[in-house]
Write a protein that binds this ligand. Structure first.
Ligand code: PMP
Length: 351
């Protein structure tokens, strides 16, 4: 090995879900929204002027930060925006998990957490979900360097109640607790109100799921102004122009269109409940998902076999090879028609 190679930051990268692009496919593998973004987003996109791309965007992201703050009834000093919630979470790890003590997160959870921790040399301990795949709040006690978990959890889709979240935050006042609410708009209750009471709580959300804008890369964190200030200091020291002009404008338009947002998430929740019924009839079991996906196991057929059979039909779902969950499929909620096609295929295949 040449000498320079011993000084490389060597990492095992996160592997995102595959992004096939085939005619007629049904894509239920990366929890995208099957509906387009707000019509207002399309309108702005069509009338946008390429000449303005000569100019740098606003480094403060003022327009978008203000719109998000308005929407939640917060002050702009309590909102941080980034290039998808992945970027926001990476900045949070970099900013707040510096004590040298292990951070805590669940064993079955968003598989980016251990990648960021490894990359940034942050020690961590994972806490096993219980036999029903629930997070045990009592595990999140004792000395640690911070806590992060999604609510609802991914890939299980299972929601934790606010009282339990509060108990975790209240018992860890000396570290930052991060609730990753990527899927909160599909039937969960946000921990945002707790940020009034606890200055060590950050709530992270995204435009990728409930606002149909995964391709635009927009995420945000909300919490006490002091936390947001520290986060901005790190962001400006890393890359001050994170959000493109287009992202700022389109994100602002999307968050202002509450009616469209409510209509589409309602449709997804209805389709999710319909899909649960059908999957149950076909011999699947799963926890009570409050997200835009269902994490299901079949009583007879191994998940990998079903995954491959679906794939041959150009129906893409997600399968994880991790020991504890290798018998599960994560199925994102598509349109009603897409889910009907999925169920029809499974009925023929399984019965
Ligand atoms: N958190 C969780 C739990 C997720 O599942 C995802 C989606 N992969 C993200 C964060 C990141 O989403 P985005 O960067 O698109 O906002």
């Amino acid at each position: 090995m040449r000498n320079w190679e011993s000084y490389v930051r060597k990492v095992v990268p996160y592997v995102p879900g595959e992004q096939p692009n085939e005619q007629g496919m049904i894509k239920l593998n990366t929890n995208e929204n099957p509906y387009p973004p707000s019509p207002e987003v399309a309108r702005i996109l069509q009338s946008s002027d390429a000449d303005r791309l000569r100019l740098y965007p606003d480094p403060n992201c003022g327009m978008l930060v203000d719109a998000i703050a308005d929407y939640y009834g917060k002050s702009s000093s309590e909102v941080f925006v980034g290039v998808g919630s992945d970027d926001v979470l990476a900045m949070i790890f970099l900013t707040f998990f510096c004590s040298g003590k292990p951070i805590f997160f669940p064993d079955i959870t968003y598989s980016f957490y251990d990648v960021w921790a490894d990359m940034l040399r942050i020690p961590y301990e994972t806490k096993a979900l219980d036999e029903h795949f629930l997070i045990r709040s009592e595990d999140y006690l004792g000395e640690n360097g911070g806590i992060v978990f999604p609510n609802p959890n991914a890939p299980t889709g299972i929601l934790m109640g606010l009282a339990e979240i509060e108990s975790i935050v209240a018992k860890n006042r000396d570290v930052v607790v991060v609730v990753d609410e990527a899927y909160i708009d599909f039937g969960g209750e946000s921990a945002l109100p707790l940020t009034e009471k606890y200055d060590n709580l950050l709530v992270v959300q995204t435009f990728s799921k409930s606002r149909s804008m995964a391709g635009m890369r927009l995420g945000y964190a909300m919490g006490n102004a002091k936390l947001i200030g520290y986060l901005n200091d790190v962001k400006y020291s890393f890359n001050s122009y994170t959000m493109s002009r287009l992202a700022l404008e389109l994100g602002t338009a999307a968050i202002k269109d509450q009616e469209y947002f409510d209509q589409t998430r309602q449709k997804i929740m209805e389709t999710r409940e319909w899909t649960k019924e059908r999957l149950r009839e076909l011999g699947f079991s799963f926890g009570d998902s409050k997200s835009n996906f269902i994490f299901a196991t079949h009583e007879r057929i191994p998940a990998e076999e079903i995954f491959e059979a679906l794939r041959k039909k150009k129906i893409y779902v997600r399968h994880f090879s991790k020991e504890r969950i290798r018998d599960y499929l994560r199925i994102s909620i598509g349109t009603k028609e897409e889910m009907e096609t999925l169920i029809e295929f499974l009925r023929g295949y399984l019965l």
